[in-house]
Write a protein that binds this ligand. Structure first.
Ligand code: ADP
Length: 289
């Protein structure tokens, strides 16, 4: 059971400032931190730390070897990541003021310039899973190829774009959305979606999985923790949920493990770097009794 993840890889540059700069203003940052981000990389790290084989399909520029090293250290198979000359690695410039308010500039770079033959690097088969999010090119082509090989496709509709979702939906098995994305999805397509299942996460209110073919649904409350940074919580949840399904867990078990992983993740700063491993998640669940 391999998880393939057609996913974005971003470098997050985080600058703390007293206030956000106005147009025309230049300001010294109080601090700077660099981290691994991108919804794709976050989900790959989460699923790999959950103990599932993960092959990441993506691209980055020719510098920044540390990104590959960090993904590999998390247990991600990086053989499906191509290096593109003359293309910037995807990145986010994140400005955070003293009150925690932020302004973000995102540049897709290599994530949006994936070579057309990239999906061929995946040896899709029945029992495998393909994860995708809306931060790369080649979504429809890769999803169609996976489905024709009997591989289920889990799609995170984030950042939410109606047209991207409309294009990929015929190839999606399970749609993963947060509360706001769920509302937008239902407004556009109704609740009776032509897919196998729907995963909705609702922050501190928990998550639910609807089996749209069997008609059953399960709700998983969030675990109560002191959250310090919820960046990447949804990716942690999606990665762990996918890992659970790939391991043959039933939906309620996969939901419970994903909720525990996300609860641990939000107690730490960072996104990809904050994903817990299986031992940490099992220890957390044991401590919950
Ligand atoms: P996204 O980051 O995509 O908006 P959510 O905010 O819905 O995703 O969070 C995903 C999951 O992370 C939730 O379903 C929950 O299990 C967990 N989570 C998020 N915020 C908290 C929190 N404050 N306390 C505990 N768990 C949380």
């Amino acid at each position: 059971m391999t998880i393939y993840n057609l996913g974005s890889i971003n470098i997050d540059h985080v600058y703390r400032l007293p206030v956000l700069p106005r147009a025309g203003e230049t300001m010294h940052a109080l601090s700077y931190a660099q981290g691994l981000g991108g919804k794709g990389a976050n989900q790959s790290v989460a699923a790999a730390r959950a103990g599932t084989p993960v092959v990441h399909l993506g691209a980055l520029g020719t510098a920044e070897d540390w990104v590959i090293a960090r993904l590999a250290a998390a247990g991600v198979d990086t053989s499906g990541i191509v290096r593109l000359a003359d293309t910037a690695t995807g990145h986010a410039i994140i400005l955070v003021d003293a009150s925690g308010e932020n302004s973000i500039v995102l540049h897709g770079g290599a994530n949006m310039a994936l070579p057309a033959d990239l999906p061929e690097r995946a040896a899709f088969g029945p029992g495998d899973l393909l994860l995708m999010q809306n931060e790369t090119s080649l979504q429809v082509q890769t999803a169609a190829r996976a489905r024709s090989a009997g591989t289920r496709v889990i799609y995170s509709a984030a950042p939410f774009e109606i047209e991207a979702l409309r294009a990929v939906l015929p190839h999606v098995s399970i749609l993963a959305v947060n509360a706001i994305e769920a509302r937008d999805t239902f407004a556009a397509f109704g609740e009776d979606l032509p897919i196998e299942g729907l995963l909705i996460t609702r922050g501190a209110e928990g998550a639910e999985f609807r089996d749209l073919q069997g008609g059953q649904s399960w709700h998983q409350p969030a675990f109560r923790v002191a959250a310090v940074d919820t960046t990447g919580a949804g990716d942690c949840f999606a990665g762990w949920f996918a890992a659970g399904l790939a391991r043959g867990e039933d939906a309620p078990t996969a939901l419970r493990h994903a909720a525990a992983a996300a609860a641990v993740q939000v107690t730490r700063a960072g996104a990809g770097d904050a994903m817990p491993d299986r031992a940490e998640v099992m220890a957390f669940l044991k401590a919950q009794g």
